[in-house]
Design a binder for this molecule. Structure first.
Ligand SMILES: Nc1nc2c(ncn2[C@@H]2O[C@H](COP(=O)(O)OP(=O)(O)OP(=O)(O)O)[C@@H](O)[C@H]2O)c(=O)[nH]1
Length: 357
């Protein structure tokens, strides 16, 4: 069976809480039955046996948290059996012993039945949950309800009405409403996955596969906010229009892809490159000084110029590099890088220019 996809830690806490409560209930029942003047064999066996089992399950859960779903299911099966035994036994006793009323002798376990159904709906996947809920209802609720319907004076008593509500409408509500909640939870999970997918798409440039401008701007803002040295390099392919015009757009696309992946491959650690527009890219270089930044730019320039993309004979790019300065905004730092890039273009391209500080 597939484990439900809910937050693991929360589920473990909930199961531990449920087991502890059940243990407390079973221990109290054990003490009460031992102290009672009349000892029925079942009262002396079921509560201590359940207590021992739940102690074992709590120990197992603390040692092997990853077993949580299996442990919860064992607890559920034990719970069904522990609730079914008194239901049948006390009903038979009340029916067969004149003067004995079921509402007087049945232990106060009807609310536990509703809790059991809720846990079933949470921990058992798909249709099996409904099947088990129906089985639990037949094993636990049916004998009590049948007895009450056949003994109207018991049914109309306060305890009788309480049992009727718990084993009737309250149980049905749990079985009907929880799958609705489960469906909504599934929908929320699907939406979250879809959102992650959309975000991933927004963060990648579809043609080159490097970071999108959106993510690039976000990283640049983070660098502006951080109190650490960093620099940016704006690069623009030289005479790219001519490449498109001569060899066609598909070749131009291949050049962009080759340049992007080549540059990305040369960057290290936290350094990153984003496609800024058409044939323009922006590299962000954290933890660098001015001369280190120029070295990175020079490395990129040489790599592009040294790796022609067939059939294009020569691919080169111009670079404008600037350090991020105190008080810079996105606009001011980009403007400085742009001006430096413009100077590199003016001087014939295939060169790196540092921004005037
Ligand atoms: N193949 C291809 N071409 C693109 C893409 N985006 C923009 N371009 C082209 O890039 C060219 C940019 O031309 P320009 O701005 O004149 O730049 P340039 O020819 O490189 O000139 P300089 O920058 O001055 O060297 C245009 O022809 C655009 O159509 C793209 O995704 N794929």
């Amino acid at each position: 069976m597939q484990a439900p996809d809910i937050d693991d830690r929360y589920v473990r806490m909930a199961v531990l809480f449920m087991l502890s409560l059940a243990l407390l209930g079973a221990t109290c029942a054990t003490a009460i039955h031992w102290a009672a003047p009349v000892h029925r064999p079942m009262d002396l066996i079921v509560p201590p046996a359940i207590s021992a089992l739940y102690i074992g399950l709590i120990v197992a859960l603390t040692r092997r948290p990853q077993w949580v779903v299996g442990i919860a299911r064992i607890a559920l099966v034990a719970g069904v059996l522990a609730l079914a035994a008194p239901s049948w036994l006390y009903t038979l006793q009340a029916t067969s012993t004149p003067g004995t009323q079921l509402i007087d002798i049945l232990p106060p376990v009807s609310s536990l039945f509703v809790v059991l159904l809720v846990m079933l709906m949470i921990f058992v996947p798909g249709r099996l949950a409904f099947l088990l809920a129906a089985l639990a209802w037949v094993m636990i609720a049916l004998p009590v309800l049948a007895h009450l319907l056949l003994h109207r004076e018991e049914m109309w008593s306060a305890r009788g009405m309480d049992l009727l509500m718990a084993y009737g409408p309250a149980s049905i509500m749990a079985v009907v409403l929880l799958p609705v909640q489960r469906g909504l939870a599934g929908k929320i999970r699907r939406l979250a996955t879809e959102r992650q997918r959309m975000e991933a798409l927004l963060h990648r440039d579809p043609l080159t596969g490097v970071q999108s401008r959106l993510l690039g701007e976000r990283r640049l803002r983070e660098a502006l906010d951080a109190d650490a040295p960093a620099g940016v390099i704006m690069l623009d392919l030289d005479r790219f229009k001519a490449i498109n015009d001569t060899y066609g757009h598909p070749v131009g696309d291949r050049v962009l892809q080759a340049v992007a992946s080549g540059c990305e491959g040369l960057l290290r650690g936290e350094e990153c490159i984003s496609r800024w527009g058409g044939e323009e890219f922006l590299a962000l270089v954290p933890e660098v000084d001015a001369s280190g930044l120029l070295q990175v730019a020079e490395r990129l320039r040489a790599a592009i110029a040294g790796s022609p993309v067939a059939p294009v004979q020569a691919v080169t790019a111009s670079f404008g590099a600037t350090m991020i300065q105190r008080g810079d905004t996105l606009d001011t730092v980009l403007q400085r890088a742009d001006l430096a890039l413009y100077r590199a273009k003016e001087q014939g391209g295939n060169r790196v220019e540092a921004a005037a500080s």
